[in-house]
Design a protein around this ligand. Structure first.
Ligand SMILES: [Zn+2]
Length: 311
């Protein structure tokens, strides 16, 4: 069993992109850019899940695994897709989830060819830089350990063309891993590995992104109202104590909960009753108050300063 000391979780950025894509009109000049960024990050997350599947075939133990470890070094953060701590060494895994044909040139570039060509920095350069940064962090903890890097290509439709020993497809990972481990003597006990994994995961800092700032989107650009979960961008109407979609005719009592979550992610985690009336498109303050409480919002302050904390 692999000890997942920092388990793989869906990046919060994906929830933020999803909220923005729900609320941004398709005609907005940045819509495509947001859609492409969301697609790339989702593919990255999918690649990491694929890698985890192959990692679980490794039989040597112990292995402590840290997914998406993001650490501070010299006032800058660096993030490792997957770090494995073993009694022999630390192994940095850089994951690439790319379709098409992947080739490399003499200028340290990686070229992805699908129906068009995309050029990236050689992933080994990125992994080697992470190795240097990790070395400093380990030195601070009093450890000098061998650090190796490996780039794993996880997409089943990706055709990898390279002789580089540090680049493998996901199904070749186990073999490569055993080959690397066999080259190093044991330098850490299991409890030292465990201690180190705890130390590093306690220093992990999640990446918080503000998607509105990132894509320079203003609050006024966003769609207001309670949106139908089945009809993109369609506003629902309040009818007989529920939300009604005039397009697909569906009825939903809880649809405003998602609308408030979008508000929390994109605009603010607090909302006044007046703001909620306007945002949800409900005239009655009395009804709005009930909707806020139904959605689990907490009333803070009283009278003029009263507002609700969205949960
Ligand atoms: Zn609908």
């Amino acid at each position: 069993m692999i000890d997942e000391r920092l388990p793989l979780t869906e990046p919060s950025s994906l929830r933020h992109y999803e909220a923005l894509l729900r609320r941004l009109p398709r005609s907005h000049p940045h819509y495509e850019q947001v859609l492409n960024t969301e697609g790339r990050e989702r593919a990255g997350y999918f690649g990491e899940k694929e890698f985890l599947y192959y990692l679980n075939f490794v039989k040597q133990e112990p292995i402590f695994s840290l997914a998406g470890l993001r650490l501070l070094h010299d006032e800058h953060y660096f993030q490792i897709d997957h770090l494995l701590i073993t009694p022999q060494l630390c192994l940095i895994i850089e994951i690439k989830h790319l379709t098409g044909t992947i080739t490399f040139n003499d200028s340290n570039q990686m070229i992805q060819t699908t129906d068009h060509e995309r050029i990236y920095t050689h992933p080994k350069l990125q992994a080697n830089l992470q190795a240097k940064q990790l070395q400093h962090v380990l030195a601070h903890l009093g450890y000098q350990l061998p650090i190796q890097t490996l780039v794993v290509f996880t997409h089943r439709q990706g055709k990898l063309i390279t002789q580089h020993p540090g680049l493998v497809t996901a199904p070749s990972f186990i073999h490569k891993y055993e080959e690397i481990i066999a080259r190093y003597p044991t330098v850490l006990s299991e409890s030292e590995c465990s201690w180190l994994a705890d130390q590093l995961s306690s220093r992990h800092m999640d990446r918080a992104i503000n998607v509105m700032e990132k894509f320079k989107i203003r609050e006024a650009d966003l769609l207001k109202g309670v949106l139908c979960p089945d009809c993109a961008g369609q506003q629902m109407m309040r009818k007989h104590g529920a939300w009604y979609c005039p397009r697909c005719k569906s009825v939903d009592k809880r649809a405003h909960v998602q609308a408030l979550k979008d508000y929390q992610i994109l605009i603010s985690d607090t909302i006044s009753c007046r703001e909620a009336c306007e945002y949800l498109g409900v005239e009655s303050r009395h009804v709005t108050r009930r909707l806020l409480l139904f959605a689990g919002c907490e009333l803070i302050g009283d009278n003029r300063s009263a507002h609700y904390k969205i949960r």
